[in-house]
Design a protein around this ligand. Structure first.
Ligand SMILES: Cc1cc2nc3c(=O)[nH]c(=O)nc-3n(C[C@H](O)[C@H](O)[C@H](O)COP(=O)(O)OP(=O)(O)OC[C@H]3O[C@@H](n4cnc5c(N)ncnc54)[C@H](O)[C@@H]3O)c2cc1C
Ligand code: FES
Ligand code: FES
Length: 1378
């Protein structure tokens, strides 16, 4: 039992269970979340903090409630980061450790996640496992047929949706979806991807038998008996005094509100699920919390003929069930269909683990009081819902419309229920039985399955009757609701409604209605993508009404599936018209995939697809990350105060005095750096960056100070409350654009050793050209790493002025010396330890140094341990991210598409310090040189600006370089009106030109596999046939267009020196240390395989099992010096080579003894050999420093991808229908690991090209600073069909056991998705041009640069924001055409 804070929690203690253990708290700060409690006061650390705002799923737990009356347990997932601990009274919590663990055995979920290679860094995995567990538990409760042994009642579709709201930044989701699907009764085993359980060719039965057995009746006890007994004896539930209240009746609630408010100044908060705090991150505590969940009147659901009344504390999940329950009859009534559609829409709100605790009332109050962009308000507004409000025991019923328009609900009022009417069509004399009621809801959001706020949502209800005198349809009544588009609240478009009422619908009427609507749905000033949002309103109304416009055949292309309204089955034209849109509304799951992997048996166990090391403990949540290390006694917590100005004097930094009383211990700044120490936060071979701004801040996001407090929460609140006095007197204006940097000659140097070289003679190449493009421009933005584990560190002062630092870093070596320089101590006084990193992607190379150094400085100053776990917002603000850049190019080419010369001028925004930016020119060009440009000349400038320092992110520079190459090729193809793919092919290298462009790293001619990959992929993906099908599709579809594109990559890597150490212990077990850090990329797994392989050459009995005797241990910067940097895709192979050298030494030392023993004993067991070696004092520890020869440090990686997409012209949504990849891994060290890298990198690339906008304000301060605004790919945004071949291209003399890198290069292949999107948009633009009249000089249909990322607003803008208007205008008779 643990006790927390100081505020008494109530008359009864808070009692609950976690994984069967009892907890009873007599006092607890009621603002404590379940996550904070679990992580700080229990041993259950599987519950991870990824965002703290409900947007990532890393913190998901299963909550179980027991009803003593029915003796039933109800279980559902929720986000523990938003759930208040006091609200789980009498409940039981199950975390991933509770499903299974190292001691008691893993759960089949854990085992299958491991075996399907579905865990890389592992930070998301426990949350994923719980989401799946909950889906399995719920499926077992259904009345479905019993599944075959080993399977569950879960369906494939449910399995995929189970993890829809959980983010993973490593895997690309496909293997996670497979692990989930493996439990589904209806799964086709052939659909399950590459895994460690079965071999190619195994029968379905054998496959099923090899899966870790799942027995649904072996249910985990989610609610312990002791708690059931206590609940029985504790009934009725007592409410608490002081700060947490559990009123059990409306009367009690009213008197509480009255008495509380009588107390002057008390801050009172009504809470239900508390999910609203994920959006409105409240810094301050409330004095009192009133939990509305225990008031029966607020949690009822009542049905009668008039409709459904839902109490406001009913969760969205329960409301969905209730609305669906109405719809069980074979021929549902109109009202039932309306309810069903409301429920369908609600299923796209947030994610399941939010909907399970989020209340309907909480949502409506947020919409009314705080202008939250609610879906519920809009859809309920369209159907004329009413709400009940209680103020002082007085009840008032008002329409939702009136409620939303009122001033914000005051704190004495409670929303008690919402009434959703049951709609039936009016039966009057004119319409008779022919009247039809039509209802549809819409939302346009970056993720189809939810977990993303919409740009706009809408719901329309109309009563229509066929016209008796013509074949048209008359709109009798119509209700049009729109919301979330940047208005205060959802609105009804009354003017449009009135205009439409009573009208016979035809093109002219529709056109007028749409014009009126455009003037009605106007976002407030300052709303992002305002014109796009207005255009969505038009699109949705068009989509809704289109099926009823009968007069025009143009509407009915007869292409797509029908909308399923049982009551709308009349007239083939209406059906056909609806078909177009239904198809576009539901393009979500399921997924299918294929992996082709050729195994390499030459160096077993190297080359085997063994499951990633530690993946089972990652799944159970037992794997220890920095923030999971228990706090030492007296430990303090830190938080950064960062600048919000780009260039200013920092005159004062103050935090609210109240926090000083509450436990803030100190505010550390550059003034606290010890004598002799440097203000240094990071160092690279190119320069250093200060830890804190001194008197001047030089970029928004720069650290000004470090608040140190008793808890992380307090430190974060104090830092957030900080007030900074800035002054810009006598300062030049900041440099915020690359153009300003050029004007003021503000650049960083690129050292000659890393400066790229020009190729050929540009002028000559231009002279040879038939055509030229001069000075075309491209702009590329930034990208945030979004590792699931934010930056974290723990610094512990040690004896004799030493400092022990645990850090989640990719670069312990440089961190080590940075800390020593900052503290002014010899380097041997500092020790940096890193066990594993919860995702890095380059972001934990340099930026992690600041975080750890700040902790070390604070620990040094205060002589106490100091730790930090950065909150997501601060992490996003200070991370820097990928380098934005502006590219200007001129290119010359022949009429047949052969390019003769390319010149690039690139301005790279490097931010305020060097970081690793000097590698950018080299990296950009290295990937750009994948084509033979004839001659290549460039001028690349690294602009020093007042932005946060841009840093390495997976494939830094290469990603942009590869894309620039594609943009140039696309441009050339448009100019020549040639097929892009033929221009690509024409310019692919021959081996001779490859040699010219990649001097020294081209390898042997046979190693240049790209041309064969290119042709093979075209065949395996049926490219030619699909191009034809797409042409047909585009011809017959007006509102969605498809595009396909094939893209090659060439990616140069180089090996770096790295150390290794291998020791054999007395029992024969082996311990390995390497310089490389395990980031989820499978480095330890490959290292283990290599150790086993290399030691097995001693050839003893038992060496075939060596793999299971090896442990790779944490990196320790004093134990293994010169560890270097884990980056650039090659650390795994270098580390493997380093341990191979160690093993060779050990084998050499052991061989004489082994031979001697063999002579004496015949067979020698490994254990005997080692035992004897100990007796004979053989040195069984070997270390090495692998320093590769220059000739073998560089080589090229090849791959290609074909992607096909469909773009919805009405919303701009891009759906990736299929991606096919072939990637050359040489002889893969572990094809499962490499496959994971390929898929994961590709999906991260999809994020860059389609989704992720790392937006800043005009001062350069990051404003896309959380999961609400920054959208990484989710399971519903990856390719629907995803096929990957890991090519085994045979022997490569100079590689580590012929292997090749896989971490970064495949990311570049995602450009295929962007190019395919561009191709689809080109089709849309051609169509639009024809509607507009081909002679429109302002509209270039085929020559355009599609921005990156091509988000929905961007795609829609390129397709035409006015596409609907143009289409209709084009159809109007000339007399009506304005
Ligand atoms: C990650 C995430 C994604 C989301 N995505 C969407 C989305 O796509 N679309 C959408 O519509 N919504 C979305 N939501 C919003 C979500 O629906 C609301 O947060 C939730 O419904 C609020 O319910 P709650 O019980 O958690 O309210 P709480 O957080 O407990 O309360 C919210 C506010 O309402 C007040 N309040 C609650 N009940 C009452 C009452 N009966 N009377 C008076 N005041 C009351 C509280 O005091 C508080 O101020 C999302 C939320 C999250 C966290
Ligand atoms: S940490 Fe709770 S959802 Fe992200
Ligand atoms: S494995 Fe999913 S975030 Fe790393």
């Amino acid at each position: 039992m643990e006790d927390g804070g100081a505020v008494p929690a109530g008359t009864a203690n808070l009692i609950f269970a976690v994984n069967g253990e009892r907890f009873e708290l007599s006092t607890i700060d009621p603002s404590t979340t379940l996550l904070q409690f679990l992580r700080s006061q229990t041993r259950f650390k599987s519950v991870k903090l990824g965002c703290g705002e409900g947007g990532c799923g890393a913190c998901v737990v299963l909550l179980s409630k027991y009803d003593p009356v029915s003796d039933e347990v109800e279980s559902f997932t929720l986000s523990s980061c938003l759930t208040l601990i006091c609200s789980i009274d009498r409940c039981s919590i199950t975390t991933s450790e509770g499903l299974g663990n190292t001691k008691n055995g893993f759960h089949p979920i854990h085992q299958r996640f491991a075996g399907f290679h579905a865990s890389q860094c592992g930070f998301c995995t426990p949350g994923m496992c719980i989401s799946l567990f909950s889906a399995l538990t719920n499926a077992e409760k259904t009345r479905r047929a019993e599944p075959p042994p080993g399977f569950s009642k879960l369906t494939v579709s449910e399995a995929e949706k189970a993890i829809a709201g959980n983010l993973c930044r490593c895997t690309g989701y496909r293997p996670i979806a497979d692990a989930c699907k493996s439990f589904a009764a209806d799964v086709d085993m052939e659909d399950l991807g590459f895994n460690a359980f079965w071999k190619k060719g195994d029968s379905k039965e054998v496959k099923a038998a090899k899966l870790p057995f799942y027995n649904p009746s072996d249910q985990i006890c989610t609610f312990p008996e002791f708690l059931k007994d206590e609940i029985k004896s504790l009934m009725p539930f007592t409410s608490r005094k002081d700060s947490w209240y559990n009123p059990t009746s409306v009367k009690e609630l009213t008197s509480m509100l009255k008495s509380n408010l009588a107390e002057s100044g008390a801050q009172v908060k009504l809470v239900v699920g508390n999910t609203g705090s994920g959006y409105y991150k409240e810094i301050d505590h409330y004095d009192k919390y009133i939990n509305l969940r225990h008031i029966p009147d607020l949690s009822m659901i009542r049905r009668d003929q008039t409709g459904i009344e839902i109490g406001t504390t009913v969760t969205i999940s329960k409301a969905i069930l209730a609305l669906k329950e109405e719809n069980k009859s074979e021929f549902p009534s109109h009202g039932e269909v309306v309810f069903q559609k409301i429920a369908d829409h609600m299923e796209r709100i947030a994610s399941r683990f939010i909907r399970n605790s989020a209340s309907v009332g909480g949502n409506l109050v947020m919409a009314q009081r705080n202008h939250f962009p609610s879906d519920i308000a809009t859809i309920l507004l369209a159907v004329g819902s009413e709400v009940n409000i209680m103020t002082d025991l007085k009840h008032e019923k008002v329409t939702l419309e009136e409620f939303l328009a009122r001033p914000p609900l005051d704190s004495t009022s409670v929303l008690t229920s919402v009434h959703i009417p049951c709609w039936e069509p009016t039966r009057n004399a004119t319409s008779k039985n022919d009247a039809n009621l039509v209802f549809e809801t819409y939302r346009a959001a970056p993720r189809p399955l939810g977990n993303a706020l919409p740009y706009l949502n809408a719901a329309f209800l109309a009563e229509v009757t066929p016209c008796r005198t013509s074949s048209g349809v008359i709109i009798d009544n119509i209700q049009l609701a729109f919301g979330a588009y940047g208005s205060k609240h959802a609105i009804r478009a009354k003017e449009v409604e009135e205009f439409l009422a009573g009208k016979l619908l035809n093109v002219g009427v529709l056109y007028e209605a749409i014009k009126l609507l455009g003037a009605t749905v106007v976002p407030e000033v300052g709303t992002s993508n305002a014109a796009y949002r207005s255009s969505l309103a038009v699109s949705f109304l068009f989509e809704f009404l289109c099926p009823f416009v009968d007069a025009c055949d143009e509407f009915s292309d007869g292409l797509l599936d029908g909308r399923n309204d049982a009551f709308l089955q009349r007239g083939s034209k209406i059906r056909n018209n609806q078909k177009q849109f239904h198809h576009m509304k539901n393009p979500v799951l399921p997924l299918s995939s294929k992996q082709v992997v050729e195994l390499n048996q030459n160096y077993s166990p190297v080359g085997e697809p063994i499951a990633k090391d530690s993946s089972a403990i990652q799944a159970s949540g037992e794997a220890v990350y920095v923030d999971d290390i228990p706090s030492p006694t007296n430990c303090l917590h830190g938080a950064f105060i960062y600048s919000t100005k780009p260039l200013a004097w920092v005159k004062r930094v103050k935090i609210k005095p109240k926090y000083l009383q509450d436990g803030v211990t100190g505010v550390i700044s550059f003034r606290d750096i010890p004598k002799g120490g440097e203000n240094i936060g990071s160092k690279t071979m190119f320069g250093t960056e200060p830890l804190f701004a001194d008197n001047i801040t030089r970029c928004a996001g720069q650290a000004l100070a470090f608040v140190v407090a008793e808890t992380q929460k307090l430190a974060d609140m104090a830092a957030e409350s900080a007030w900074v006095d800035y002054d810009t007197e006598n300062l030049e204006p900041p440099i915020l654009t690359v153009e300003e940097a050029v004007e003021r000659s503000s650049f960083f140097d690129v050292p000659p050793f890393i400066s790229p070289e020009q190729v050929g003679d540009f002028s000559k190449g231009m002279n040879e050209a038939d055509q030229k493009i001069q000075s075309a421009e491209i702009k590329l933005g930034s990208q945030y790493h979004f590792y699931m584990e934010t930056q974290s560190a723990l610094a512990i002062p040690d004896e004799d002025n030493c400092m022990l630092v645990y850090s989640s870093t990719q670069c312990p070596e440089s961190m080590h010396s940075t800390i020593a320089r900052c503290l002014s101590v010899p380097e041997h006084n500092v020790r940096v330890i890193t066990r594993r990193v919860g995702g890095g992607f380059g972001g934990k190379a340099v930026r992690s140094m600041h975080v750890a150094t700040a902790c070390a400085l604070a620990a040094h100053k205060l002589s106490r341990p100091v730790r930090i776990y950065l909150n997501r917002k601060t992490d996003m603000v200070i991370a820097g991210g990928r380098h934005p850049m502006k590219i200007t190019y001129s290119v010359g080419f022949k009429s047949n598409g052969k390019i003769t010369a390319l010149r690039l001028e690139i301005l790279i925004n490097a931010g305020i310090s060097e970081d690793y930016s000097a590698v950018m020119p080299h990296n950009i060009l290295s990937a750009l040189k994948k084509y033979d440009w004839g001659a290549l000349s460039f001028d690349i400038k690294l602009c020093k600006t007042n932005h946060s320092s841009k840093t390495a992110m997976r494939a830094p520079g290469e990603l942009q370089g590869s894309f620039i190459a594609e943009a140039v090729i696309e441009h050339v193809a448009s100019m020549l009106s040639m097929k892009v793919d033929s221009v690509r092919k024409k310019n692919l290298h021959t081996f001779d030109s490859l040699k010219l462009f990649y001097k020294g790293s081209e390898g042997e001619p046979l190693e240049y596999t790209l041309p064969s990959i290119w042709d093979k992929l075209a065949r395996s993906s049926c490219l030619a046939k699909r191009i034809e099908t797409i042409q047909q599709f585009n011809k017959f579809n007006k509102w969605s267009k498809r595009g396909i594109s094939q893209v090659p990559i060439v990616f140069g890597v180089s090996l770096r020196p790295t150390p290794g150490k291998v020791g054999v212990l007395l029992d024969g077990s082996i311990v390995v240390e390497v310089g490389g850090i395990e980031l989820g990329q499978g480095l330890w797994t490959k290292v283990k395989q290599m150790t086993a392989f290399a030691l097995s050459s001693v050839k003893c009995d038992g060496t075939e099992d060596l793999l299971y005797k090896i442990r790779v241990i944490q990196s320790d910067s004093l134990s293994l010096i010169q560890g270097g940097l884990t980056a650039g895709s090659t650390t795994s192979e270098s580390s493997c080579e380093a341990v191979r050298l160690c093993c060779n030494t050990l084998v050499e030392r052991l061989m004489p003894l082994k031979n001697k023993l063999q002579e004496q004993m015949g067979v020698v067991k490994w254990e005997t050999l080692i035992d004897q070696a100990y007796l004979q004092s053989v040195n069984l520890s070997a270390s090495s420093y692998y320093a590769p020869e220059f000739t073998s440090t560089q080589y090229l990686n090849y791959g290609a991808a074909v992607s096909e997409v469909e773009v919805n012209l009405l919303t701009g949504e891009t759906t990736i229908l299929q991606s096919d990849i072939i990637y050359d891994c040489g002889q893969s060290l572990n094809p499962a690991v490499d496959l994971g890298q390929i898929e994961g990198a590709f999906v991260q690339g999809i994020g860059f090209f389609l989704l992720e906008e790392y937006a800043t304000n005009s001062d350069g301060l990051v404003i896309a600073n959380g999961t609400w605004t920054y959208k990484i790919p989710t399971v519903d945004t990856i390719p629907k069909r995803f096929n990957v071949e890991v090519l085994n291209s045979g022997h490569h003399q100079k590689r580590v056991l012929s292997s090749k890198a896989s971490g970064e290069p495949p990311l570049l292949l995602a450009a295929s998705v962007h190019c395919a999107t561009r191709a689809a948009i080109e089709e849309a633009r051609k169509q639009l041009a024809s509607w507009k009249g081909l002679d429109d000089p302002h509209f270039h249909s085929t020559i355009f640069q599609l921005e990156v990322p091509a988000t929905m607003p961007v795609a829609k803008e390129f397709c035409g924001l006015d596409t609907v208007e143009c289409f209709l205008k084009n159809l109007l008779p000339t007399s009506q055409n304005p």
